[in-house]
Design a protein around this ligand. Structure first.
Ligand code: ATP
Ligand code: MG
Length: 440
């Protein structure tokens, strides 16, 4: 399995264009060797998803629906959990297990008085008449002694806390989305896509929700399930990375940085995005090794370990592959200059020695009008132009073949350029067939 994130520091460097074409190239390579290994192209750009639009595909359910579902589930769950946290101290007080000054009890009374009526009325589950009655009694209960009143006691005798607990557990279990509802297979291209047509994070409530841990856990679990289902997943990752999804970024196999070499400002930005990524990654890996991961990161890695095994996760983290694709190149010296600039920058940071063998140079895509047909309609250029197709094939080969020898920053500029400019990818097909036969 490979999960690849296509990253670029700013808008318009070609992330989406490359993601789509790489997905097409991998699909073609797989089909040509008759292996049924599905490819999924995932639009992680939650602010401005474009893939479905570019590919003219209209999935029934998009990330927008997913967010609505997850948001709803987490709200409902929050509410149910709140109720549970109210009922328990009430009950304990009534049985004499805690005193009237108990802070937990006082807190639960305050919580009870503030229960959100709208959420209660719109809840999807049956609370039962008793809980409803309790809810309606909010005006009568001000202090612990009010709980000892006869009508309240009678009501409490009828409330089955265990039953309530079971409802809560059930709800926790059903907050998950069925990933099959969200994946659309596009016959024409032979791969699946996933993502929204509607900008999800344009909505204020979605922007808020994605930073809430319960919500994020559900969303990340969803993404991880997708990654497990497919052989190759290409993530079109928004400009600047996805901070709230750093667990995903840190745990996936390969990162592919897109360098727009058509102007120097863009190159500087791309270099900076590698730096930002390294900082994230180093912190994450250090914390992982020292058992210091917390919160989301820990939850996510623990899940990965369960599904892939500790060794595989450790190895994926240790050998995480960072690749660079140069896009929009017109003159070769733009590429050599970018390479020198990157080496110098890493050297200044004291990171060159550490990373020079781990940063692979895997692709060079010229600035080409076949790609830049207005309104993105030219974005799927794979298969339409021989030279471009070769270039994309060699990027795809780098992704799916772990044994491929792409040059790294440690190679000379001359070696790098001659690799990136090579005309044919015949070796690719051969290598792939070899892997294919070893797998079958
Ligand atoms: N090599 C290229 N040659 C010519 N045009 C290109 C090339 N790569 C990308 N483009 C064009 O540049 C524009 C932006 O590309 P794209 O949408 O892929 O960028 P992006 O990084 O995904 O942007 P965003 O951050 O907005 O999502 C598109 O119109 C695309 O056709
Ligand atoms: Mg894009």
């Amino acid at each position: 399995m490979s999960v690849v994130s296509i990253i670029g520091h700013k808008g318009g460097v070609g992330k989406t264009t490359l993601s789509i074409n790489i997905a097409a190239a991998i699909t073609k390579a797989i089909h040509s060797s008759n292996i049924d290994e599905p490819v999924c192209l995932l639009d992680l750009d939650l602010r401005l998803p474009t893939i479905t639009e570019i590919l003219n595909s209209h999935p029934q359910k998009t990330f927008f629906n997913l967010f609505e579902l997850l948001a709803n589930s987490t709200y409902q769950l929050d509410f149910l959990q709140n109720l549970y946290q109210i009922l328990i101290p009430f009950k304990e007080y009534k049985t004499g297990a805690i005193a009237k000054e108990n802070p937990r009890l006082l807190k639960s009374i305050a919580k009870y008085k503030n229960l959100n009526e709208e959420l209660f009325n719109n809840a999807e589950f049956e609370f039962g008449d008793q809980i409803h009655e309790l809810f309606l009694m909010r005006g009568e209960i001000e202090r612990p002694s009010d709980l000892k009143r006869r009508n309240v006691t009678q009501l409490f005798n009828r409330i089955d806390i265990n039953k309530f607990k079971n409802t809560l557990r059930e709800c926790e279990g059903s907050a998950r989305a069925d990933i099959n509802d969200y994946i659309s297979y596009i016959e024409e291209y032979g791969f699946s896509i996933l993502g929204g047509e509607v900008p999800i994070l344009g909505k204020k409530k979605h922007r808020q929700r994605i930073n809430e841990p319960e919500f994020l856990v559900l969303f990340i679990e969803f993404i991880q399930e997708v990654c497990e289902k497919f052989k190759h997943v290409i993530l079109d990752t928004p400009a600047g990375g996805v901070n709230h999804l750093s667990s995903i970024m840190n745990s996936i196999d390969q990162i592919l940085f897109v360098f727009d070499v058509s102007n120097t400002v863009a190159v500087k930005g791309s270099i900076d995005s590698i730096h930002t990524f390294m900082d994230y990654y180093e912190d994450f890996y250090e914390n992982y090794k020292n058992g210091l991961l917390t919160g989301m990161d820990k939850t996510y890695v623990d899940r990965l370990i369960v599904s892939r095994g500790g060794k595989a996760v450790e190895q994926a983290l240790e050998t995480k592959k960072m690749c660079i694709v140069f896009n929009r190149s017109q003159k070769i010296n733009e590429v050599t200059q970018s390479l020198d600039q990157l080496r110098e920058y890493l050297d200044t940071l004291g990171k060159y020695e550490k990373y020079r063998d781990r940063i692979y140079l895997v692709g060079l895509i010229p600035n080409n009008k076949v790609i830049n047909i207005t309104n993105n309609r030219g974005s799927l250029f794979y298969g339409k132009d021989k030279k471009l197709t070769y270039r994309i094939d060699s990027i795809a080969k780098n992704i799916i073949d772990p044994n491929i020898n792409s040059p790294t920053l440690a190679n000379s500029n001359k070696e790098i350029i001659s690799f990136l400019e090579k005309k044919s990818t015949l070796g690719f097909r051969k290598t792939y067939s070899r892997i294919a036969s070893s797998l079958s």
